[in-house]
Design a protein around this ligand. Structure first.
Ligand code: SAM
Ligand code: SF4
Length: 495
């Protein structure tokens, strides 16, 4: 009988992607992934250390494992990811319920470690690597909608942002073989996926050196940078939508923007974390750019792609932040007009440059008040951006049924905004469409009732994976609503 593993991911998209690599390694070892901890023989928590609150949440979840173990004596519990790396053996001391601690670069050793655990020992491997990219491992897609997937292109981070624990928990930066990335994307296309997000902590510093030519005189190794990689994936997979995250303002090149502008299948959306609008705070954060540089990068995006959406990350109350610094952040937000932002209170993390050298001196209530002002400013900005889309026609990739209503589907436009559309519609112009009549559209035959002789519109159900042309009819700060004009395939066919 096959063993059952349940993997729970916390924190960033990278962890979700790592969990899929772990599932693949364990599948080779006879494990099947299941959907709840209660059904599993092995529960793995893939953890996040980015803020104290994230760690607290995981600690609570680890405590809950005691109840599960009481009900199932054979259950094993493992902690993976950033908390495993940061806390190492201490986790076993602090939490007796944990059997296994494995850092982000040690997942290949899981089968051996599980053998040790099976023989009654507790096991730890938190070695970081300068080479490991899990490049050739084909991830097992967990909780997939069958439409969108993550593809990790690099690991670790060589930047030393003063507030950030990532360089300590995920080690040195290394880039994955460009060909293995393209192959994974092609494989996803063949499985029916319609969109990938290429992942790295700082994708703009992606750099892959192809091995030197095997010729006797050995020709110079070619370097593939992030712009080249984007170009390769977009060209190799023309029907696939491509997104990526995260860009770094100090490294984002015009070459990347040119490639994005050139390929229709690269989404016009950039997540460009600013962290603060004050050059002085940015200097203390060791971000490697100042306010003017950042605004210069925003101008470059707008120059290359006027319709590009931009989102950001902002930290309130970093060490030494004054009211004037905070005001500059609010002013920069207004100037840029972000589509969306992730906003956080500064949380001091052990070992980081800031924890060692700078006082966490902004009182908690001041951090909270500033964060509330930042959130309020972003709400206004999001609402304004979203309202500007009303009346436009967008191509929307349908991802699933809306959480609020079975009668609606949700998807995303190229700018990454959520768009809600009716699930069923007689308004779709499929009746007269030659493409639909001849069954050329993807899956059309199976879910479009044939048009009658008098050309009455047929009833159509939208499904995940459909690319629909939508007129945006209304907007809130969080989503757009629209009416489908037809699938992109049909609209093109009719033109
Ligand atoms: N690599 C990306 C970058 O450079 O922007 C993102 C890394 S991190 C997973 C995501 C975000 O968490 C950061 O952009 C930052 O805004 C926030 N963050 C990181 N460390 C933090 C801390 N100690 N306190 C509060 N927020 C933090
Ligand atoms: Fe952390 Fe900075 Fe690296 Fe992002 S770039 S992961 S914020 S150190």
């Amino acid at each position: 009988m096959s063993k059952k593993v349940y993997i729970e991911s916390y924190g960033c998209q990278m962890n979700v992607s790592d969990s899929e690599v772990v599932a693949s390694i364990l599948a080779q070892d006879g494990y099947t992934a299941v959907h709840s901890a209660e059904e599993a023989d092995l529960v793995l928590l893939n953890t996040c250390s980015i803020r104290e609150k994230a760690e607290y949440t995981v600690m609570q979840r680890i405590n809950e494992m005691n109840n599960l173990k009481a009900a199932n004596q054979d259950l094993k519990v493992g902690v993976l990811g950033c908390m495993a790396e940061r806390m190492k053996e201490n986790l076993l001391v602090e939490k007796k319920v944990v059997d296994l601690v494995v850092g982000p670069d040690a997942y290949r050793s899981l089968p051996q470690l599980l053998e040790e655990v099976g023989s009654g020992q507790r096991a730890v491997n938190v070695l970081l690597s300068r080479e490991e990219t899990y490049g050739e491992i084909v991830p097992v897609r967990l909780n997939s909608n069958g439409v969108t997937a993550f593809v990790t292109i690099m690991r670790g981070c060589d930047n030393m942002c003063a507030f950030c624990v990532v360089p300590f928990t995920r080690g040195r930066e290394r880039s994955r073989d460009a060909h293995s990335i393209v192959n994974e994307c092609k494989q996803l296309v063949s499985e029916g996926y319609k969109e990938v997000t290429l992942l790295g902590q700082n994708v703009d510093s992606y750099k892959w050196k192809s091995p030197p030519d095997a010729k006797p005189n050995g020709s110079a190794a070619a370097i593939t940078d992030f712009a080249d990689l984007l170009d390769m994936v977009a060209t190799a997979c023309p029907g696939l939508r491509i997104r990526y995250s995260t860009s770094h303002p100090k490294d984002m090149t015009d070459k990347v923007l040119e490639v994005m502008a050139r390929h229709d299948n690269i989404c016009k959306y950039i997540h460009l974390p600013v962290q603060s609008g004050s050059s002085e705070v940015l200097r203390r954060m060791n971000r490697g750019y100042d306010r003017d540089w950042y605004l210069g990068r925003i101008a470059a995006i707008r120059r290359h792609m006027p319709d590009c959406a931009i989102s950001t990350d902002i930290i309130s109350g970093f060490c030494g932040e004054t009211e004037e610094d905070h005001r500059q952040t609010l002013e920069l937000m207004e100037q840029v007009g972000y589509d969306m932002a992730y906003m956080f209170k500064y949380s001091e993390r052990p070992k980081t440059l800031a924890a060692r050298k700078q006082a966490d001196d902004v009182p908690e209530e001041v951090k909270g008040r500033r964060l509330a002002e930042i959130i309020e400013a972003q709400k206004l900005s999001s609402a304004k951006r979203m309202a500007s889309y009303v009346g436009q026609v967008h191509d929307v990739l349908i991802e699933g049924v809306s959480k609020r209503s079975d009668e609606h589907m949700y998807g995303r436009n190229t700018q990454n905004s959520v768009v809600i559309v009716p699930r069923y519609g007689s308004q779709l112009p499929v009746a007269g469409s030659q493409a639909a009549m001849q069954g050329e559209g993807p899956d059309e035959g199976s879910r479009t009732a044939p048009a009658t002789n008098n050309q009455q519109p047929a009833t159509t159900e939208l499904c995940p994976g459909d690319m629909v042309r939508v007129r945006i009819t209304s907007a809130t700060a969080g989503s757009l609503q629209g009416e489908p004009l037809g699938t992109v395939h049909e609209t093109v066919a009719q033109a």
